[in-house]
Design a protein around this ligand. Structure first.
Ligand code: ADE
Ligand code: ZN
Length: 330
């Protein structure tokens, strides 16, 4: 069994495997512009974040019913459990569905059904984080939060994702203020492709508690000092960074120097169906490429539970942390 860990940066739509996409397309009468799943897989070569997002949004068209969302999340949770995931905080992109006429309730209730049975079926505790698409307007984010109001008991927090360049966090100042007033936790993608200034804004303007990616933090020593001082977790996705060409090779990933700088970093899969690796495989990849030893992998697993939104259940966090300490690499 792989080391117990939490996954904190995972887009549920990014877990849609090509075979499942074709099965859903058939069931829902959606025509995909690929002959079959093998041909679709060949399209999984990306130049940057946008080229990936184009395919990601194209395939989302096959998700239509509550059952589709339940199946999607259930398949992820089964797979995550096999890779040692004990707790998952799962992103979803409501606007990618409401924008094509799927009610937000269909999305949330569908996902929630799978999450509700995950502890019993797979031994995985779960939370949902609703992301706003930063390449849509601030007004659209606000109406999405409004539409989600009947379902807020299902939602732990809000996030910010999609195309980063030219869409600074400050654009979403108001909706984050509303989310905070509603008692929601706040995270945001920043510094995946965008500059360190976007990470500063996410912290100081949006008041986020974690930075998703934060890959470019190391370019700004003052920012590193701030992130270390305030123990702000970074949810890194090293394999995603290579596949979306933010860096050339995994060997060049700053993960090790970030750990040495005292940053609270975690390792996650982002969109595993597209990037060729779930979180257990991602742990293995950084072990191989960066030479991280067992105690460094244990530190990453420990960090994942320290960074998780488990403040309402510290007993659970302590239990997970004890599992990490007791883990025998064999
Ligand atoms: N949506 C899904 N995956 C994403 C990523 N890696 N960055 C920004 N938005 C995303
Ligand atoms: Zn992401």
């Amino acid at each position: 069994m792989p080391i117990p860990k939490a996954e904190l940066h995972l887009h549920i739509e990014g877990t849609l495997e090509p075979e499942h996409a074709f099965a859903l397309a058939r069931r829902n009468g959606v025509v995909l512009p690929y002959a079959d799943s093998a041909e679709l897989r060949k399209a999984y070569l990306f130049d940057d974040l946008q080229s990936f997002l184009d395919l990601y949004y194209e395939l989302i068209a096959v998700l239509r019913t509550e059952r589709d969302f339940t199946e999607l999340a259930d398949a992820y949770l089964a797979r995550a459990a096999e890779q040692g995931v004990r707790h998952a905080e799962i992103f979803f992109d409501p606007q990618a569905h409401t924008g094509r006429g799927i009610p937000i309730g269909t999305v949330i209730e569908g996902l929630a059904r799978a999450l509700d049975s995950a502890e019993e079926k797979y031994g995985v505790s779960t939370q949902l984080i609703m992301c706003f698409l930063r390449d849509e307007s601030a007004e659209s984010a606000t109406s999405t939060l409004d539409a989600a109001r009947p379902y807020l008991h299902r939602i732990a927090g809000v996030g910010l994702d999609s195309a980063e360049a030219g869409h600074p966090p400050s654009k979403f100042h108001e909706v984050y203020e509303s989310a905070a007033a509603l008692g929601l936790r706040r995270v945001a993608h920043a510094g995946e492709e965008g500059p360190p200034a976007y990470i500063w804004q996410a912290l100081d303007v949006l008041g986020v508690e974690r930075i998703d990616h934060g890959l470019r933090s190391m370019e700004d020593p003052e920012l590193v000092e701030r992130l270390v001082r305030d123990r702000v977790p970074l949810t890194l996705c090293p394999v995603s960074n290579v596949r979306l060409r933010a860096i050339d090779t995994l060997e060049e990933h700053p993960l090790r120097s970030m750990m040495e700088a005292g940053l609270l970093v975690t390792v996650n899969s982002d969109d595993p169906a597209y990037f060729g690796g779930y979180v257990g495989e991602t742990f293995y990849a950084v072990h191989e490429a960066l030479g991280l030893g067992n105690e460094e992998l244990r530190a990453l697993a420990r960090n994942s539970f320290l960074a998780a939104f488990l403040d309402h259940d510290e007993e659970r966090r302590a239990r997970y942390l004890a599992e990490v300490e007791a883990y025998d690499f064999g």
